[in-house]
Ligand binder design. Structure first.
Ligand code: ADP
Ligand code: MG
Ligand code: ZN
Length: 409
């Protein structure tokens, strides 16, 4: 216990004045603290049962890692302090709201959710690459600060774990706890972090916990102990829950990662790096349904919005040659269908539907052009689907010398 207004001396930050008590949690009590230059810190004093040589050893190892120099989102303690014979630590104060607050107030859209999840996976990978686990990844230990751009902070390393370290004192948060911890009380580990990361990522992308919110406590425990992902789009039994998005909005790649990540087999769980890569790729696949505004992650299998079930718009090309309805998964644009112009190649272009998107592959000699306000721009040629330009309703394009309008069919 320390009183408001008291001062403590630190080696790294000089004199700190203690402010309000912020929270008293499992391991200690956190206070606001401010330095003479106005910079803000959090002082954490451990409860009597955690005043141990083990706590000190774990803190020393954590501080020595200097994770913050590799990833500034990792907000770790910088100094161990002793106040009235109690061990504690001082950590810079990170700005922002907790993810828990953001998840309950719906403060972000899917694109931001993916960005936050991607940044989080990146930060956690830095710990894991050195063989350490955070030990308590959950929505209250991640802060998000929005100031035009979105920044995250990972806090609360009191459950930090690593092979050479004394066991962490706590098992972690109920809602994010890996099956082996829940069932066998194994200590926190990199693999258990991966489970928590998968659960938190699920919340960030779908605004739902992987266990439906109408589950009873017993059902919740059973599902979490078994490492079953009830929302798996590949399962036949579905439950309706109101809040957030159905997991069908995810693409096949992310669904696969969730299936493995929320699994009772620790070795199967995707690494933080794998999450980072998959989340980064999915940033370019967010499609907002024109009918209901729900976000869908585009993949080949999707022909309709998974939320309102309304089919994605079908496009057509129209010109002097008539109309070409692009309702097939791929349509070859040939000299024949465009009316026979000698400038058009026999196989001029291929238009492929990827969910709601139309990608155009130019295979011609004379090119495909898009009309802009004052000129025609030749479209890039690429055999790689993700690099091919997207065709949208309302634009005018030209295959060699044959012009056509793109419209919804
Ligand atoms: N570095 C920090 N920056 C900003 N706020 C912090 C920081 N550390 C702790 N807090 C605040 O204090 C609360 C409790 O601290 P935390 O370290 O998470 O301990 P616990 O969850 O075990 O009580 C956090 O939820 C957060 O609101
Ligand atoms: Mg905490
Ligand atoms: Zn829709």
């Amino acid at each position: 216990m320390i009183t408001n207004g008291a001062t403590i001396k630190t080696r790294v930050f000089g004199k700190l004045t203690i402010g309000e008590m912020i929270a008293s949690g499992g391991q200690g009590t956190a206070y606001d603290a401010v330095a003479i230059d106005g910079s803000q810190y959090i002082l954490k004093l451990y409860h009597p049962e955690f005043q141990t040589a083990e706590s000190r050893k774990r803190l020393e190892t954590l501080i020595a890692q200097k994770f913050e120099t590799e990833n500034e989102a990792l907000i770790t303690p910088r100094e161990i302090i002793n106040v009235n014979e109690s061990i504690g630590h001082v950590t810079p104060k990170a700005p922002g709201l907790s993810l828990e607050e953001m998840l309950t107030t719906g403060g972000f859209d899917m694109l931001e959710g993916i960005q936050i999840a991607c940044a989080l996976a990146r930060s956690i990978s830095v710990l894991h690459q050195r063989g350490y686990a955070h030990g308590d990844i959950h929505a209250n230990n991640v802060l998000v600060h929005r100031n035009r751009i979105c920044r995250i902070s990972v806090i609360d390393f009191d459950n930090f774990a690593g092979n050479s370290l004394p066991a962490s004192p706590c098992l972690g948060h109920q809602l994010y706890m890996a099956p082996e911890i829940r069932v066998n009380h194994t200590p926190p580990s990199v693999e258990a972090d991966r489970f928590s990361l998968a659960v938190l990522t699920h919340e960030l992308l779908t605004l739902r916990h992987p266990v439906p919110n109408d589950a009873t406590e017993a059902e919740f425990n059973e599902v979490m102990s078994a490492g079953k992902w009830l929302g798996d789009p590949g399962r036949s039994t579905k439950r309706e829950c109101q809040q957030g998005y159905p997991p069908e909005v995810l693409d096949t790649d992310l669904s696969r990662l969730f299936r493995l990540g929320i699994s009772h087999k620790p070795a199967e769980r995707p690494t933080a790096e794998e999450w980072q890569d998959a989340l980064f790729n999915s940033l370019f696949r967010v499609f907002v349904c024109p009918s209901c505004s729900a976000p869908n992650l585009v993949d080949n299998s999707k022909k309709r919005c998974v939320v309102c079930r309304i089919p994605y718009p079908v496009l057509k090309l129209s010109g002097v040659f008539g109309r070409i309805i692009l309702d097939q998964s791929s349509t070859v644009i040939s000299r024949n269908v465009l009316g026979g112009s000698a400038s058009v190649s026999k196989r001029h272009a291929v238009i492929r539907r990827v969910g709601p998107e139309y990608r155009i592959e130019d295979c011609s000699a004379n090119g495909v052009y898009r009309k802009t306000a004052d000129s025609w721009i030749r479209l890039p040629q690429s055999s790689e689907l993700s690099r091919q330009p997207i065709l949208s309703a309302g634009e005018t394009i030209r295959f060699a010398d044959v012009e056509c309008l793109v419209a919804t069919a």
